[in-house]
Design a protein around this ligand. Structure first.
Ligand code: ZN
Length: 235
């Protein structure tokens, strides 16, 4: 076993309250491409960030949904070794997951305490009557999904120009503040508001597992530049 992975294993064994903070790299390890890495313009006009903004959704819901179904929803993605390890750890530790991902794979693996900063593709609401719909309702049509009341159904995903849910932030910050081990997974921490959350950590060990180097590596006690599946299959 590599030295850094041994150190991580020791830190996990010793810790009681563990928070995993996961970003896009966690999902790419399950075969879900990071939409931010998609280059080029859509319809020769729009960048990916524009297509999933609040104003675009309100103005062009049909185009929004074409892009959304194609680039943000991967119905057949499965939890990877990392998701499964984290869920299994709940049997012996107090584990919380704070995630920037919207794919619901932490819950699919069995994790109970998951704070989804950017929402989830699995929750969808009528904008008129607030009736709840599962993902299937979004995927069963090529058009704008509509509620039985006629209202447009919107995914409970935080779009650009929209604020994060304050209750989710509060719970995520609380979990981080009482953690003795914080493990950052698959994010360079450049996506808002990731980096701000780390300021609340007062615990012993800060670890980061990311394929590429990040500007936060120097603040971390354990730094692993490797594939998430490869790391967790060794733990
Ligand atoms: Zn409705």
């Amino acid at each position: 076993m590599e030295e850094n992975i041994r150190k991580l294993k020791d830190a996990i064994d010793k810790a009681e309250h563990i928070v995993f903070f996961s970003g896009a790299g966690m999902s790419t390890a399950s075969g879900i491409p990071d939409f931010r890495s998609s280059t080029g313009l859509y319809k020769n006009v729009y960048r990916a960030e524009e297509m999933i903004s609040h104003s675009f959704f309100m103005a062009y819901p049909k185009d929004f949904y074409i892009f959304y179904r194609d680039k943000l929803v991967y119905e057949n993605a499965k939890p990877n070794a990392g998701h499964l390890f984290i869920a299994g750890l709940e049997e012996t530790k107090d584990v919380s997951v704070v995630t920037q991902n919207i794919d619901g794979l932490h819950q699919a693996a069995g994790s109970k305490k998951v704070y989804e900063l950017h929402g989830s593709i699995h929750r969808n609401y009528c904008m008129k009557c607030h009736k709840f719909y599962p993902l299937g309702k979004i995927m069963e049509t090529d058009d704008v999904p509509r509620c039985s009341c006629g209202g447009i159904i919107k995914p409970d995903v935080v779009l650009y120009e929209e604020g994060l849910d304050e209750d989710v932030i509060y719970k995520a910050v609380n979990a981080i503040a009482k953690a003795d081990l914080l493990i950052v997974l698959g994010t360079s921490l450049n996506v808002y508001p990731a980096a701000g959350f780390l300021r609340y950590f007062r615990g012993n060990t800060l670890a980061i597992i990311n394929r590429d180097a990040t500007s936060y590596d120097s603040h971390c006690d354990i730094v692993i530049h490797d594939d998430i599946n490869r790391v967790f299959s060794q733990l």
